[in-house]
Ligand binder design. Structure first.
Ligand code: GDP
Length: 336
């Protein structure tokens, strides 16, 4: 940690994606929670970094369905601009080091070479060849955390506002067009839905939040239900909180992120719809600007930067990177 702080002032140039802009028009309610410690998954020591296995194929779009987004009519946008990598300078203290990893002096370049594309996540030794999904099957829907599978396999929970692109991302991760439809069937949308991956770990689809039409009482129940799950599930390696990067930050998402942070629930921010690069008129922002704004707004809740990653279920951007991130968290979790 000491070494880490010593090299903080040196800014690192990363082939990443963020211009920095203030998020002046976005407001976050003052915290109801006390300041918290750094959020790290069960961590100990990872002393070396492995060679990155970050060859990413974004060409395969076999799962593509209609991605027209009813919330945002096309005529609100300027002409589309080309998608490309944007240079950004990220300081070392905004990178997410794999659990237990440390940076040795002189290794800053090595660290930057191991940052997963479109993210702040450094790849470590625990990312293995087991990252890709070979098999995926629906296991069960649970109405209470106590009903969830009890075999102790590690799991990652996907959660986000309704319409954020959770089902599309799940389908993209497992390369199946319709696996997530299972959780959209009547009676299952408000359940904890477990999918077993490669017979060894779980992806968990949690109820979406922020349904405008849901009665207040029902919303309260779902909140309590998922919060209990977060706080009681021992084999939860990380929550993947999905945030729509094509629109400015929403208060409900900021509240969710800060709640997870304050309660020390390991969290990865997954920014969705990053292919939507048409800039809205009247002060609209690009995905990378929304990503930056969101992080500025939650920074006060985290001493250490939480991992984040930009994704698109249309182009499959971020899919392989998420799987590598999950792989290294999972493999570390298993050993500790
Ligand atoms: P869920 O309610 O969170 O499960 O969201 P869905 O996966 O059903 O997606 C909601 C809407 O957003 C649908 O119209 C999708 O086609 C669209 N969508 C989802 N992911 C993306 C994405 O990565 N890019 C774009 N452009 N649209 C997306």
């Amino acid at each position: 940690m000491l070494l880490y702080h010593r090299i903080l002032p040196r800014l690192l140039t990363l082939t990443l994606t963020l211009p920095s802009r203030p998020a002046s028009q976005l407001l976050l309610r003052p915290s109801r929670f006390p300041p918290r410690r750094p959020l790290l998954p069960r961590s100990a020591a990872l002393c070396q970094f492995a060679d990155p296995q970050t060859v990413v194929d974004h060409s395969d779009a076999e799962h593509l369905e209609d991605h027209s987004d009813a919330e945002e009519p096309e005529n609100q946008f300027d002409a589309e601009e080309p998608l490309g990598d944007v240079q950004v300078k990220l300081p070392l203290d905004r990178l997410f080091l794999p659990p237990g990893a440390k940076v040795t002096p002189g290794d800053e370049e090595g660290v930057t070479a191991r940052v997963l594309k479109g993210s702040n996540i450094v790849l470590g030794t625990y990312a293995r060849g087991d990252a890709q999904v070979v098999n995926a099957d629906f296991v069960k829907s649970s109405v209470r955390p106590d009903d969830c599978p009890k075999d102790g396999r590690p799991e990652f929970a996907l959660v986000g506002r309704s319409n954020v692109g959770k089902s599309s991302l799940l389908n993209s991760l497992v390369r199946r067009k319709k696996l997530a439809l299972t959780s959209k069937k009547p009676g299952k949308t408000q359940c904890i839905n477990h999918f077993i991956i490669n017979d060894s770990w779980y992806l968990v689809d949690l109820p979406g939040y922020g349904y405008a039409s849901a009665p207040q009482e029902a919303r309260k129940d779902w909140d309590e239900f998922t919060r209990n799950y977060f706080l009681s599930r021992d084999n939860l390696v990380s929550v993947f909180l999905l945030i729509d990067a094509s629109i400015p930050a929403k208060k409900i998402d900021l509240d969710y992120a800060s709640w997870l942070g304050q309660n020390k629930v390991p969290m990865t921010l997954v920014f969705t719809k990053c292919d939507k690069r048409k800039k809205k008129k009247n002060g609209g922002k690009r995905p990378e600007e929304n990503v930056e704004a969101f992080q500025s707004l939650i920074r006060e809740y985290f001493e250490a930067a939480p991992p984040w990653i930009m994704t698109s279920s249309v182009t499959n951007q971020g899919r392989d990177e998420i799987l590598l991130h999950m792989s290294q968290l999972r493999n570390y979790w298993r050993k500790h």
